[in-house]
Design a protein around this ligand. Structure first.
Ligand SMILES: Cc1ncc(COP(=O)(O)O)c(C=O)c1O
Length: 448
């Protein structure tokens, strides 16, 4: 074992924080398939993206070549309010597991939104403000993204409408009130404030109104907190900080683990390490963890699909369960998105990364153990990564290997008490969809 004394928490200094984002696409041997215009099915152009996204973000979405993108000074200033985030060594968990593995986690829950989502929210709001956008819309499920965006909009002084999935709106009133604290207008979705909302209320309950509101309101744009290439670009700050911290520790992770909803935290965490893997400099295993009830990578189809349930955004080639897929009602917490980032999808397809799915009761077993040993109360989403980090550490115990494991602890779980209660009361159940059930929502928009 290394004799070097490691700190529990390694914080970079403000000066050591990254000044540029890293665009992994610039180093990929094969690029993700291009986005398509949903009407013509031709390759999407900048103009195709402009009705929905603001210009700089649309540019970032399509830019596969620029390797490093300067982080504007104003964004860096807001990052400094809550970053750098610590790289923590899970000494106590290691001791409990009696593993020779070294377990590190990057903790992104140290801000009011309680998750990594703020990293991209700040960037998206900043670029919108620069372009004179006067209003933003978004949708939020569990609420972390809506809260992050509300924080960023309040900082940059832009009004925000958040369409919040009705079930969360009713079950998580405090989450709604945090968004309202930051000045956001929170609407339970579907609502009767949009055409699409009225239609959904009549036909099927899903959330799509934010896009309609953005395209029908002057100087208004839609912003999305995951899946998109631009979001992974902004989240690269997580991986870049980790890379620097590991340099300081004179170590390199053998295994990198991230939970995967739409792929933004994993995409950001792994970015510089995946670059090293692609270039043959290092060969870490990179593992995406998803819920067994929403198994996008492990059981989804690699094909073109809409990024939103309203079918208004461009088509992206990705692993998807179909934009009409709705996870079973007993699925707690996030990671319920139907599709996976096209970058992660392509790398998975080309076998640069692995994917596993886990049952939610196993995830909560890991969450409780982690909380008790590390004294951080983890988000259910993040706990998927904890579960697999523990599994890998236990494999090291069997083999005696002293591997270095890094996982993303994306957030805290204070607003997920309903899920924790059902686990603690032993009423939590698992649901794994059958192949026939999955087959029903698979898209068939472009013949493969
Ligand atoms: C705490 C937390 N972690 C992870 C995720 C998953 O999103 P992504 O895959 O985009 O990182 C979410 C999404 O809501 C989240 O709130």
């Amino acid at each position: 074992m290394s004799k070097k004394k490691h700190p529990y928490r390694l914080y970079l200094t403000e000066e050591q924080m990254p000044k540029q984002y890293y665009n992994l696409r610039a180093d990929m041997k094969e690029l993700p398939e291009p986005m398509l215009n949903p009407v013509t099915k031709n390759k999407a152009t900048l103009e195709d993206l402009l009705p929905v996204f603001c210009e700089e973000l649309a540019r970032q979405e399509l830019d596969d070549k620029t390797r490093y993108v300067d982080i504007p000074k104003e964004i860096q200033e807001m990052y400094r309010i809550y970053r750098p985030s610590p790289l923590i060594r899970a000494f106590n968990l290691e001791k409990y597991l009696q593993t020779p593995a070294k377990i590190y986690y990057k903790f992104e829950g140290n801000n009011t939104s309680g998750s990594h989502k703020l990293n991209s929210a700040i960037a998206q709001v900043y670029y919108a403000k620069q372009e004179g956008i006067k209003h933003l819309t978004t949708e939020t499920g569990a609420g972390q993204w809506g809260t992050a965006l509300a924080e960023a909009c309040s900082y940059f002084n832009i009004p925000l409408s958040v369409y919040m999935v009705k079930a969360s709106y009713e079950q998580k009133p405090f989450r709604k009130d945090i968004m309202r604290t930051f000045g956001a207008n929170v609407i339970a979705s579907p609502s009767n404030t949009t055409k699409v909302g009225k239609e959904i209320l009549k036909n099927h309950p899903n959330t799509t109104e934010a896009v309609e509101k953005a395209v029908t309101t002057p100087d208004s744009k839609y912003v999305l907190g995951s899946v998109l290439n631009q979001v992974l670009l902004h989240q690269s700050i997580i991986g870049l900080e980790c890379e620097k911290a590991f340099e300081i520790l004179d170590e390199y992770p053998d295994i990198i683990i991230g939970c995967a909803g739409g792929g933004s935290n994993l995409g950001g965490l792994m970015a510089p390490f995946m670059r090293d893997k692609i270039k043959g400099k290092h060969n870490p295993r990179i593992i995406a963890v998803e819920p067994a009830s929403c198994p996008t990578l492990t059981r989804g189809k690699y094909t073109y699909d809409y990024c939103d349930t309203g079918k208004m955004t461009p088509l992206a080639k990705m692993y998807t369960l179909g934009c009409d897929f709705i996870p079973a009602p007993n699925h707690a917490g996030g990671l319920r998105y139907h599709g996976m980032s096209p970058i992660i999808s392509k790398l998975y397809h080309d076998k640069y990364l692995e994917a596993v799915s886990t049952k939610q009761t196993d995830v909560f077993d890991a969450a409780i153990l982690f909380a008790q040993k590390e004294t951080i109360f983890p988000a259910p989403e993040s706990s998927h990564a904890i579960k697999v980090a523990i599994d890998e550490a236990l494999k090291c115990k069997e083999t005696g290997e002293e591997k270095t494991i890094l996982f993303g602890l994306t957030g805290t779980g204070y607003f997920d008490m309903t899920a924790y209660s059902s686990y603690l009361d032993k009423t939590m159940t698992n649901y794994i969809p059958t192949d026939e059930e999955l087959e029903k929502s698979f898209p068939n928009i472009i013949e493969d």
